[in-house]
Design a protein around this ligand. Structure first.
Ligand SMILES: NC(=O)C1=CN([C@@H]2O[C@H](COP(=O)(O)OP(=O)(O)OC[C@H]3O[C@@H](n4cnc5c(N)ncnc54)[C@H](OP(=O)(O)O)[C@@H]3O)[C@@H](O)[C@H]2O)C=CC1
Ligand SMILES: Nc1nc(=O)c2c([nH]1)NC[C@@H]1CN(c3ccc(C(=O)N[C@@H](CCC(=O)O)C(=O)O)cc3)C=[N+]21
Length: 286
């Protein structure tokens, strides 16, 4: 079998075109969706990602700005900045780029962001609502993955979904979203024994480990759908996923590439959440 490639970047652009129309309509009502991103330090990889978000915002007509703070900024300085943004009516979405330096408590920062502006979906209020299946901001990477599966007509209900990784930003929430869609979900992580026994029984395998090309064809089930979340930079500067694309694409029925797979969908869902926030805060659709 040769897998169909799930073209995340293509789907992302299509969705952004649709979102641009919605933004035009909001602007006619005097609402300009606005996203503010806060980034600490000037790590080049983070910066390239943040610039990607800026370009994608412009594509949809969403306005965005980036607040750059030094890596040495204190937790209180960051909290003060968030307080200003929480109270600024022009700002609909707030994203603080993670991870944060050691001296800042990430949880304090996440909880300081107003749940009404929590476009990352990381606030405990958002997580609680996701868990109970209520309307809220869903985390961008998991929502992007769900949107890709649904757009390609891949059945989730009754299927065995195996997630490798249990981070708060990817692994845990993507499993929860698939559970909400009636999959049977198994989580694997670094303490899992005989992981291959699980991955070989997966109809849908989500790989979010951050280890280059470790999942190979012998680990997967014939005809399964493989979602590669990993982003690893090789010595030559190019990006590669956690999945060995070449061998796995000969056995799977669907596979996402890296780059141009999950990444562009993550950014698109961030913009979708920003539109949702703008509508929520201005009472549109209420
Ligand atoms: N495409 C996109 O939009 C995004 C991509 N990413 C990328 O996805 C990857 C994962 O990100 P994130 O979730 O933040 O990463 P984390 O490092 O927070 O989590 C990695 C997870 O993988 C597990 N793991 C690591 N090694 C193994 C192993 N050998 N066997 C089994 N499980 C293992 C860890 O287990 P344990 O919990 O036991 O330590 C952990 O749960 C990264 O490459 C990141 O760059 C992240 C966000 C968005
Ligand atoms: N608060 C917060 N929210 C996040 O969502 C968040 C974060 N912090 N910290 C970092 C991770 C990582 N992440 C990526 C999203 C898209 C691409 C992406 O679009 N990648 C392109 C390639 C880009 C390139 O070429 O550099 C692709 O896969 O095709 C990458 C990485 C979001 N994260």
């Amino acid at each position: 079998m040769t897998a169909q490639v799930i073209k995340g970047k293509e789907l992302a652009h299509k969705l952004r075109e649709e979102m641009a129309e919605e933004v035009t309509q909001l602007k006619e009502k005097g609402i300009i969706p606005h996203l503010t991103v806060i980034i600490l330090g000037d790590d080049p990889a983070s910066k390239s990602y943040v610039n990607g978000k800026k370009k994608a915002s412009a594509e949809t007509g969403i306005s965005s700005d980036i607040i750059e703070m030094p890596l040495s900024a204190s937790e209180q300085e960051l909290l003060d900045k968030i307080d200003i943004l929480n109270n600024d009516d022009h700002v609909h979405g707030i994203l603080v780029q993670l991870p944060l330096p050691e001296h800042i408590n990430e949880q304090h920062i996440i909880e300081a962001i107003s749940p009404d502006k929590d476009v990352d979906g990381f606030h405990p209020s958002s997580i609680g609502k996701m868990l109970t299946g209520n309307d809220t901001f869903l985390p961008c990477t998991p929502l992007g993955i769900l949107t890709m599966l649904q757009s390609y007509g891949i059945q989730i209900e009754g299927k065995h979904a195996v997630i490798i990784g249990r981070s708060n930003i990817v692994g845990k929430p993507v499993g929860q979203l698939l559970l909400n869609e009636h999959a049977t979900v198994t989580y694997c992580h670094s303490r899992t024994k005989d992981m291959t026994a699980f991955t070989k029984s997966a109809d849908i395998l989500i790989v979010a480990m951050g280890k280059p090309n470790v999942i190979r064809s012998e680990h997967i089930k014939e005809g399964s759908a493989i979602i590669d979340v990993g982003i690893n930079r090789k010595d030559d500067g190019k990006l590669t996923g956690d999945v060995d694309f070449q061998s796995v694409s000969e056995k799977a029925s669907y596979i996402t590439p890296v780059p141009k797979g999950v990444g562009p969908m993550t950014i698109t869902m961030l913009l979708q959440n920003t539109i949702k926030a703008a509508k929520g805060l201005s009472g549109v659709g209420r």
